[in-house]
Design a protein around this ligand. Sequence first.
Ligand SMILES: NC(=O)c1ccc[n+]([C@@H]2O[C@H](COP(=O)([O-])OP(=O)(O)OC[C@H]3O[C@@H](n4cnc5c(N)ncnc54)[C@H](OP(=O)(O)O)[C@@H]3O)[C@@H](O)[C@H]2O)c1
Length: 287
Amino acid sequence: MPSAIRTRRFEWLTPKRSGSPPLYRGPLLETCKHMRMRDNTVLITGGTSGIGRGLAEAFYQLGNQVIVTGRREDRLKEMSGRHPGMRYFVLDVTDAIAIQQTARQVISEFPTVNCVFNNAGVQTRMSFAPGNILDHEAIQSEIDTNLLGPIRVAAAFLPHLAAQSGATLINVSSGLAFVPVERFPVYCAAKAAIHAWTLSLRAQLKNSGVEVVELVPPYVATELGGSGRMAPPSGSAINIMPLEAFVAEAMQGLESGADEVVVGDAKRLVAATSLENAKKVFSLINS
Ligand SMILES: NC(=O)c1ccc[n+]([C@@H]2O[C@H](COP(=O)([O-])OP(=O)(O)OC[C@H]3O[C@@H](n4cnc5c(N)ncnc54)[C@H](OP(=O)(O)O)[C@@H]3O)[C@@H](O)[C@H]2O)c1
């Protein structure tokens, strides 16, 4: 039997907690190297909406201790109020000092924290074409949030994660890391950088006991980009995935033990650049 993934039995997961219906009811897979789906202490950046919120609720429904972070305290309060036991910390991932302070606080209150999702992100539409005025603050903020933020969060938590069993760091990139769309040039560049950084991080941490996973979403119906984000034109090759469907597929992918959890239509973008070939060449030049 191949060592990668062996299906043990098809089983429906029953939520340990009552309340809202579970977003995830997938098969249990037995893998040699897989992310634990229960008995974790999970911290998620950007847990106030969209993908972060969806994943936080899915892990909570499975009985994990979940810690959500974000800038909007009203939302964090509302969310933890609706999910008894869920803890929140106000955290802006562009604030390097706050990240270190929060990491210390989290680790002291939750020494079992073993799973960190680098999910917080922003997306800004911009054009470098002649005649357009560039918003330099927006450019800075996009790189700060989408690239430096995850790097800072990883640096703050990795020493602790390396001492935990079943430790996993999950970086949320994007299908646009592989094939960009022109209207989000800085966003796509930052996500491509997250992909490259994740490959190196995984190789550097291979003997540390920390699994490094890249979660690659397609276009998902969330608040990303705010009102400035336009729906793809009708007839466009881009489809929007409902959040619930995204969370269900992402949870199955995380449980499968894949290093890259590529969801929905993001598979088309990843396939276009042949990630498998890139990984083979990565191994060659890093051996
Ligand atoms: N939706 C998509 O189509 C799609 C596709 C590919 C990848 N992704 C990625 O998925 C991740 C989640 O995005 P989403 O679609 O769920 O968007 P979303 O609904 O807008 O959620 C973004 C989250 O990031 C948080 N955030 C933004 N800036 C932050 C900062 N400086 N510090 C801390 N938290 C911050 C927001 O919380 P606060 O505002 O409360 O801080 C919010 O919780 C992002 O990394 C995004 O790039 C999304």
